[in-house]
Ligand binder design. Sequence first.
Ligand code: NAD
Ligand code: UFG
Length: 338
Amino acid sequence: MRILVTGGAGYIGSHTLLQLLREQHDVLVFDNFSNSSPEALKRVKQLANADFEICEGDIQDAGRLDQVFGDFNPEAVIHFAGLKAVGESNEKPLEYYAQNVAGSIELLKVMQWHNCRRIVFSSSATVYGDAKYLPYDEHHPLQPANPYGRTKYFIEEIIRDWAASWKVASAVLLRYFNPVGADASGRIGEDPNGIPNNLVPYISQVAVGRLKHLNVFGADYDTRDGTGERDYIHVEDLARAHLAAIDFTATHTGCDAINVGTGRGATVLEMVNAFEKASGRSVPYQIGPRRDGDVARSLAAVEKAEHLLGWKAKLDIDDMCRSTWNWQSANPEGYRQD
Ligand code: NAD
Ligand code: UFG
């Protein structure tokens, strides 16, 4: 099938791309490389031993999208492109609304011009906000607590209206929990710019010696050991969920929001221990104050994904830490080294 992948050079995009190519899909990557490197795409080509088209462009540019849709004529879109840093979104909300929300509107418009009716969108568990109950199921009230989360919420609503107005359209809103890990080859992985905001990239940079110690953001939460608990999902499992969602859009119309998690949680200190075991390195840490805006626990209800997509996570936190370490130890500076 011909699938256009926006943001395909990024962390989750590149892992999904690899699986799409292995399943013989015909793929085009549309990316402005604002947070990624063409090197990731080069490596995906090597790993899959397959070629695909790459178009540099911004999703806010309807003219460029129109041209690419005209040439490639995709049957479906997987839409990863967007900005994703919570802290930055508080400082530059308009940039987030322009790129994420306005960019998604341009994409949906151009899809309709070209009669492309199927979309899988990268949403986030952050749309739920403070937990009224756990695990979060897809009916949980939506109350995102920052501009980034609100862009995801608004895009979800826009896609829902788009699908309601165009009866043949089919949309899946995948609400990712905490994606971590890397391809087992160690050739592609997460490569954040600057000091990582997220736990697992931070831990792995401590283990490889780029950072001195982990700062644990609070040890006084109501959890097993007082540190924050999250539902970490291996990026390979997450990538597989996209293929299942694409299949689903072939036989369904309308719009469904679906959680992508494991249903199991790990605390910060449990992740530290798992990473030390996987890497054989020590990960020194210091307990500090809570980070503003963090919730104590986040856990996914996973039944809907299983029921609608026939998808279930297979990999556990040991697999996540092992694959992260493979990637980090072989590429201590990420994609910048070759
Ligand atoms: P990423 O930054 O690695 O990938 C995003 C890609 O989109 C990058 O290649 C970037 O260059 C590209 N891009 C950004 N703005 C663009 C624009 N205006 N036009 C064209 N390309 C653009 O991020 P990721 O971790 O792979 O996340 C992919 C998607 O999943 C994002 O939408 C993100 O919000 C969402 N998501 C990520 C997480 C996570 O923890 N990684 C969690 C929930 C949801
Ligand atoms: N943590 C630390 N030290 C760090 C980084 C994180 O102790 O240096 C802790 C956090 O306090 C939290 C846990 O590790 O308890 C996980 O933090 P992450 O930043 O890795 O993940 P979050 O759950 O806070 O946020 C992630 C994405 C957001 C997304 C959110 C919900 O980064 O973009 O999941 O989907 F909005």
